[in-house]
Design a protein around this ligand. Structure first.
Ligand code: T46
Length: 135
């Protein structure tokens, strides 16, 4: 099964421009209650981010401007995708190693998170992640 799970958002555009509404519940797109929103922007050229997994956190990442490359790894398989559309959300569930590379200068990566920030939820050591994932 692919590690890459896209959520497609409808663009509610008209002749003035585009608009995307993100909602939860019912038949709407995001499969968890959103407790936190953050965004990553002005990433320096050549800088990569991430390099961790989460024990419980679920997230949806949407590149609302520009683009970046996301690598997902479940300890066995590794896949990569470009986040380059404000109408595509990448669902990143728990226990997936993630890395972000090749940020464009104008990249704004919006992330919707199922939990408040909690550093103890992070697994920042790849060997520890792999042991946990394979056990
Ligand atoms: C993830 C990827 C996609 C906070 O204080 N509150 C927050 O909500 C977040 C997300 C971060 N921070 C602090 C912790 C660090 O001192 O901000 C600093 C940068 O965070 P970090 O190095 O974890 O950033 P990234 O870009 O490596 O990872 C982030 C998220 O942390 C992570 O959950 O999945 O984006």
């Amino acid at each position: 099964m692919s590690l890459v799970k896209w959520i497609d958002f409808q663009s509610l555009g008209d002749d003035r421009g585009s608009l995307v509404a993100v909602e939860i519940g019912m038949d709407k797109a995001v499969p968890f209650d959103i407790k936190r929103v953050y965004y990553i922007y002005h990433t320096e050229q050549g800088v990569s981010r991430g390099f961790h997994a989460h024990r419980n956190l679920k997230q949806v990442a949407i590149c609302v401007a520009g683009k970046c490359r996301m690598v997902l790894d479940d300890g066995v398989n590794r896949e990569e995708v470009w986040l380059d559309s404000p109408t595509k959300g990448l669902l990143i569930e728990e226990l997936l190693w993630r890395e972000m590379h090749d940020f464009s200068d104008d990249c704004v990566l919006l992330v919707l998170a199922s939990e408040h920030y909690d550093e103890s939820d992070y697994i920042r050591n790849y060997s520890e992640f792999k042991m946990k994932e394979l056990s």
